[in-house]
Write a protein that binds this ligand. Structure first.
Ligand code: PEP
Ligand code: CO
Length: 464
């Protein structure tokens, strides 16, 4: 039975065209590694995935807000306890601010524990007359520009599994063992607020502090604050890997992709008849699909039909990444198309990928103001159509890198060189990520007029 279910699953997706797959020199090696992966234990469990699915259903109707954050591309080298801790810490800090602003539970999701593969616009890269395979993430090849390093190596799929397992282990320890206690997260936020550059957030920060005091005074059980749920997610790009980690749940008999709780399909691989859609249509995990500025209302309808034919609330999330200059014009027709399907959907805003620019000195960057503007446009579009702004999806790191221009601690173009470390897309640093959280919390408070935790008149820059 189990074998039949997995065989049918595989036949379906292998029958569809697959874009963005690595060109491995030896297909037999790929089969051998994947056979070994199939013997490894699952990274996540059906019960956890189902819980996330239920939470996502709340996000469909505005009863929860989703925060996804993490690197554009995780790397094996930076999967150290220190780097991971700072990243988790940043996401938790943002979540407290957003939860307060929105008066909503925040579903916390890392682009973590599996975000090791990247789609690329070109298959090859040429430097000084030498052409090699493009870097496709540590799960595929090395970043170093040598023929050896750039040749796709299937053994990296096993490393991807192992780094993912170790990362998840740390996430579970932090979030279940007391490190992520909300009172501690709040103390970290007080540390952020000690920088007087952020005095403009004093009202909101003070209100959060008062809420914490109130909880203490009224005796909210300590256990409720001590632990939190934190889910893993990545772009399900490498079909062989996702296939090897797909398992039949012994209780329900359903298929689950056990590589992460939540999986998304990228803008470049979301063809309705493509292999990525075919693979993920068959697993029970909650799914995301990225939608760029060329997406059409028919794309939305086709994807809903294919990925959520039964209209299950929380099953499908559209992660829009239109670009700040497009969003006000291009998002509303897509929201309307989604609404017309009658299917409950989660809509998230990725304000990063439509706003990447190159500086004169050659750095790939994004401007903080433009990112913020896309989020503003996202809220405005939902208000116009009467749909729910369900979450944000951002690229960030817990460290003080200098990859994105702007923010209150202004990083200008000349400062980018100081600490530009990303191998793919530029990320918000710790301060910028928190600042964004405070600003989005204000938008959430505004979008839910019943809840006014802070004095919005102090925020003229937001244009309310
Ligand atoms: C990404 O999320 O890193 C990415 C490649 O996004 P998109 O598919 O939206 O281009
Ligand atoms: Co990216």
């Amino acid at each position: 039975m189990v074998l039949n279910a997995l065989r049918d699953f595989e036949t379906v997706w292998r029958g569809a065209p697959a874009l963005q797959q690595p060109r491995y020199p030896d297909p037999d090696q790929v089969s051998a590694v994947c056979a070994a992966l199939k013997q490894r234990p699952p990274l996540v469990f059906a019960g956890e995935v189902n819980e996330l699915q239920h939470l996502m259903a709340q996000a469909c109707v505005g009863e929860a807000f989703v925060l996804t954050g993490g690197d554009c591309a995780e790397t094996f080298a930076e999967s150290t306890a220190d780097h991971l801790k700072l990243k988790i810490q940043t996401i938790l800090q943002m979540a407290v601010v957003l939860a307060y602003g929105g008066g909503l539970p925040v579903i916390k999701m890392g682009r973590m524990a599996g975000q090791y593969a990247k789609p690329r616009s070109a298959d090859t890269e040429t430097r000084d007359g030498v052409t090699l395979e493009s870097y496709r993430g540590d799960a595929v090849n090395g970043h170093e520009f040598t023929a050896e390093s750039r040749t796709p190596d299937p053994h990296r799929l096993m490393s991807c599994y192992q780094y993912s397992a170790a990362t998840l282990n740390l996430i579970r320890a932090f979030t279940q063992g007391g490190y992520a206690d909300m009172r501690r997260v709040h103390e970290w936020n007080k540390g952020f607020m000690r920088n007087r550059a952020y005095a403009k957030f004093d009202d909101l920060a003070t209100a959060i502090d008062a809420a914490m005091q109130f909880m203490k005074a009224t005796g909210v059980p300590s256990d409720a604050l001590r632990t939190t749920e934190f889910y893993s997610s990545h772009e399900a790009l490498l079909l062989e890997y996702e296939n090897a980690l797909t398992r039949v749940d012994s209780i329900s008999g359903d298929l689950y992709d056990t590589s992460a709780h939540f999986l998304w399909i990228g803008e470049r691989t979301r063809q309705v008849n493509g292999a990525h859609v075919a693979l993920l249509s068959q697993v029970k995990n909650p799914l995301g699909v990225k939608l760029g500025p060329n997406s059409t209302p028919d794309d939305v309808k086709g994807l809903v039909e294919r990925l959520n034919p039964e209209g299950v609330a929380g099953r499908l999330t559209f992660i829009t990444r239109m670009g700040a200059s497009n969003i006000r014009e291009k998002l509303p027709p897509l929201l309307q198309a989604g609404k017309d399907t009658g299917t409950p959907l989660v809509w998230m805003c990725d304000p990063m990928h439509g706003n990447t620019v190159k500086t004169g000195s050659g750095y790939k960057t994004r401007h903080f103001e433009t990112i913020l503007d896309e989020v503003r446009g996202f809220f405005a579009a939902h208000e116009a159509i009467g749909t729910v702004p369900g979450g944000i999806h951002v690229e960030l790191t817990g460290e003080d890198v200098t990859e994105i221009v702007g923010g209150t601690e202004t990083i200008d173009e000349s400062a980018l060189a100081n600490r530009y470390e990303t191998l793919v897309d530029p990320r918000l640093n710790h301060q910028q990520a928190l600042e964004l959280a405070f600003l989005v919390a204000q938008m959430l408070a505004q979008a839910k007029p019943g809840i006014q935790p802070a004095d919005l008149e102090n925020f003229p820059a937001l244009g309310f």
